[in-house]
Write a protein that binds this ligand. Structure first.
Ligand SMILES: C[S@@+](CC[C@H](N)C(=O)[O-])C[C@H]1O[C@@H](n2cnc3c(N)ncnc32)[C@H](O)[C@@H]1O
Length: 366
């Protein structure tokens, strides 16, 4: 289990607990899984199980495993058992706990698992404040804890926590966002730096990869009137919903298309004059430079010959080599504070004809 990330470990521990604590799984009734992830131990639940997942790569995996339909579907109605694997933002987790309880039928159980480093003990206490008595077990640096929906439920607290899952206006009311999204309540310094560097010539068909709640897209639509179309790619469904709301307010003349997509799976080839991004570099708590490298790979393929990639990244991230390998010319435009802005101009020739094997990223990086 040592190579697992914290979320994988929590999933494994949750499934172990369901197997070893027979009282956690009711003999019948519906089972809902919030922020679901694939695990073989879920398959025996068959038709009883409904999974919900906002993050596209995980949603695709659930669909491939036969645990979810091809489209997003929110859990609805009432369940005998709700499972929850929270993410790392506090208000988002409180909202999830409240929603988990809300989805239960009277007497139903919410079972949660978190890595200890993600504040498991603290959330167990908070669940006790909401629902009354909780049970728990500790294993593999994780904590599984559960509560039943009973008359001990504190409805006021539940209402308060549920409001954390509503979109809020941020940055003096200019944007809508939600706890749990990247830099949810302020403009990221790196993204701001990138907007200060983007040249006035940005035009034509443009893509924003990993658009979050839409700061970069909003900036470009307002600033560059020669943009004909903007394709907004984002894996987090909630972030994409916020981006839609924000960009509608930008009242663009350009055609804007929204994609709930995993950018690392590619975004087409030879389509864009400009690709802009502040790529993700974390998977959970663990920095993962491969994620950004895959974004660069997707961008390199998606640009038209002569098209430009503009990206901002933390200075320590090893992106230059791949950018060089995939571009006719590339440069560090600026380094400022902990960020750098990089630019690459797409080769006229296809990448494959230059012998660049992007499928083996490690080769290109080291
Ligand atoms: C560093 S944030 C940048 C957000 C926004 N562009 C900004 O400048 O504020 C990276 C974004 O990429 C999204 N993301 C992470 N993995 C992704 C993937 N595989 N495909 C598409 N988007 C992804 C995250 O949800 C996050 O919104």
């Amino acid at each position: 289990m040592s190579s697992m990330n914290d979320r994988d470990l929590a999933l494994e521990t949750l499934m172990l607990a369901l197997r070893s604590e027979a009282s956690l799984v009711p003999a019948d009734g519906r089972i809902g899984f919030l922020r679901a992830r694939v695990h073989a131990g879920l398959l025996p639940f068959g038709e009883r199980l409904a999974c919900e997942q906002d993050f596209k790569p995980a949603a695709v995996e659930l669909h491939s495993a036969g645990l979810m339909g091809p489209d997003y579907k929110a859990l609805e109605g009432k369940y005998a058992l709700v499972l929850l694997l929270p993410e790392r933002q506090k208000q988002q987790t409180l909202a999830d706990l409240a929603r988990g309880i809300d989805l239960l039928e009277e007497g139903g159980k919410l079972v949660v698992c978190l890595h200890n480093d993600w504040g498991a003990k603290r959330y167990e206490k908070l669940l006790a404040e909401l629902a009354g008595e909780v049970g728990s077990i500790s294993k593999s640096h994780c904590r599984v804890f559960w509560a039943q929906k009973t008359r001990m439920l504190q409805p006021d607290l539940m209402t308060e926590w549920l409001t954390f899952a509503q979109s809020k206006q941020i940055v003096e009311g200019r944007f809508w966002s939600r706890p749990g999204l990247f830099s949810w309540d302020e403009i990221d310094d790196g993204s701001r730096l990138l907007t200060e560097q983007l040249p006035d010539r940005v035009h034509g068909s443009v893509a924003d990869l990993g658009a979050g709640w839409g700061f970069l897209s909003d900036f470009m639509l307002r600033k560059f009137s020669a943009i004909r179309s903007l394709d907004v790619y984002e894996a987090d469904r909630i972030a994409l919903e916020c981006a839609k709301k924000n960009l509608a307010a930008a009242a663009p003349g350009a055609k804007v298309r929204y994609h709930w997509d995993d950018v690392t799976a590619g975004v087409g080839s030879g389509k864009f004059d400009y690709v802009v991004m502040n790529a993700p570099f974390h998977e959970g708590r663990r920095p993962d430079p491969m994620l950004g490298l895959r974004f660069i790979e997707a961008a390199a393929n998606a640009l038209k010959p002569g098209g430009e990639l503009w990206l901002v990244a933390n200075r320590h991230l090893p992106y230059e080599k791949l950018l060089q390998a995939t571009s006719a010319t590339s440069e560090i435009v600026i380094q400022s504070g902990s960020f750098k802005v990089l630019r690459g101009v797409r080769e006229e020739r296809p990448l494959e004809s230059r012998g660049i094997r992007l499928s083996n990223l490690k080769e290109v990086v080291h």
